[in-house]
Design a protein around this ligand. Structure first.
Ligand code: FAD
Length: 381
């Protein structure tokens, strides 16, 4: 067993750590307070290749493997987990497109994702259908050679800002096989957007999108009609492990800060870290975090080897955000009163990381997928 990043991955990781601390970290708290994404952020991410990680080289991307994508997510999220949404959705959408779209469509859609000129969203959730996404109801009504999209999507990350989106709509009958995926220009004036006011991820934001008879042609259909749901679920298997590493990254930053504080803060005549009541909870959280990190990388490594990675990715999806939340919580407590003020990043980290217990599929849904594999389908339909 060889258990280490290779030399190229290690070099990339070091370059990214420098970039993330210099360019991203100073904006983590100010952007949250402002509740907005800096307009230059997608280009900054693109300048490090972070928007094109999963885009093939022939379309201007890095064609990185899954493990490299995961280590990028971990490093970026140490500095700014919100900036990492850009990396995440670009990687997820690129994977869905590469797996399903034609060469001609890829040539149109992927270069702007890779160079950061198009911010792309994943547009699946609806007000009445979240976990139960196979039953979504946004309608694609046949219209000449194409369709017209009518209905509402909600909870869409970067929904106020995105230029394009993979939109899932019902072209056929009930259930998963009636769902198709389209690549849609979200600047169409028959799409209106409403911002949501959130506890975390405030620099990225979510939005509801209202589609009022938006025309889409055969050129915008991704893959086969009726195959849209399967394509997104395959993409989720991968993005769930990347999300796990985003959560690991932010928790590592919180833990590092807490360890520094435990070394320097004095109480009762010595550093607080000398008290096992301070040190052991940090040790316990560091141990859980190491476990979460291993599961995430195992899932991504399995994907790179062409092995089934559904179980590992869904274990990562419930365990890493939950563990990371607990780590950040303990880190905040280590700071005592100094952790509670809004000038400390710990409170924001807690708000930001908690979002991932819901986003991209809740913990319960991830556990359902694992249960199906452990027990068999009839125990977890
Ligand atoms: C920060 C954030 C970002 C997001 N970004 C996007 C995005 O970019 N694009 C997008 O399309 N969506 C996005 N979402 C939406 C997200 O994918 C959904 O919120 C999620 O899938 C859950 O759906 P729901 O909110 O409708 O909850 P529901 O499906 O209504 O579930 C409510 C509760 O019941 C539980 N539950 C439901 N069914 C079961 C079951 N069978 N067994 C056990 N428990 C169950 C759920 O786990 C949850 O706790 C985002 C959400 C958040 C919070």
């Amino acid at each position: 067993m060889h258990y280490a990043f290779d030399a190229d991955q290690e070099t990339f990781r070091r370059e990214l750590a420098t970039f993330a601390q210099k360019v991203l970290a100073p904006h983590y708290q100010p952007d949250d307070r402002a509740g907005r994404m800096r307009p230059e952020l997608p280009r900054e991410m693109a300048s490090m290749g972070l928007t094109g990680l999963r885009v093939p080289e022939r379309f201007g991307g890095q064609e990185a493997d899954a493990v490299t994508t995961g280590l990028a997510a971990e490093e970026v999220s140490r500095a700014d987990i919100n900036a990492c949404y850009i990396l995440l959705v670009a990687a997820l959408n690129a994977d869905i497109l590469v797996g399903n779209a034609s060469e001609e469509q890829l040539a149109r859609w992927l270069p702007p994702i890779a160079d950061g000129s198009a911010l792309s969203a994943l547009v699946l959730t609806e007000p009445e259908h979240g976990s139960d996404a196979a039953n979504l109801s946004l309608r694609a009504q046949p219209d000449g050679a194409g369709w017209r999209l009518t209905g509402e999507k909600t909870s869409i990350s970067m929904g106020m800002l995105a230029d394009t989106g993979i939109v899932f709509a019902r072209t056929g009958g009930s259930g998963a096989r009636g769902v198709s995926a389209f690549y849609v220009d979200l600047h169409d004036d028959r799409i209106s957007r409403t911002a949501l006011d959130d506890h975390g991820g405030r620099a990225i934001g979510r939005a509801s999108l209202h589609f009022d008879s938006v025309p889409v042609g055969r050129d915008e259909l991704i893959g086969q009609e009726g195959a849209g749901f399967v394509s997104v679920m395959q993409g989720f298997d991968y993005s769930r492990a990347v999300i796990g590493l985003m959560c690991v990254g932010i928790a590592e930053a919180a833990l590092d800060d807490a360890l520094d504080y435990a070394r320097t803060r004095e109480a009762f005549g010595g550093p607080i870290g000398r008290n096992q009541g301070v040190a052991f909870p940090l040790v316990e959280q560091a141990t859980r975090l190491a476990g979460a990190r291993h599961i995430c990388y195992e899932a991504l490594w399995r994907k790179d080897q062409g092995l089934d990675h559904t179980v590992a990715a869904n274990m990562a999806k419930w365990f890493a955000p939950k563990t990371a939340g607990e780590v950040v919580h303990q880190a905040l407590l280590t700071f005592g009163h100094a952790g509670w003020g809004s000038d400390s990043p710990q409170g924001q980290r807690l708000r930001d990381v908690m979002a991932f217990e819901i986003a991209d599929g809740t913990a319960q849904v991830a556990k359902l997928v694992v249960a199906r594999h452990l027990l068999g389908r009839k125990f977890a339909p």
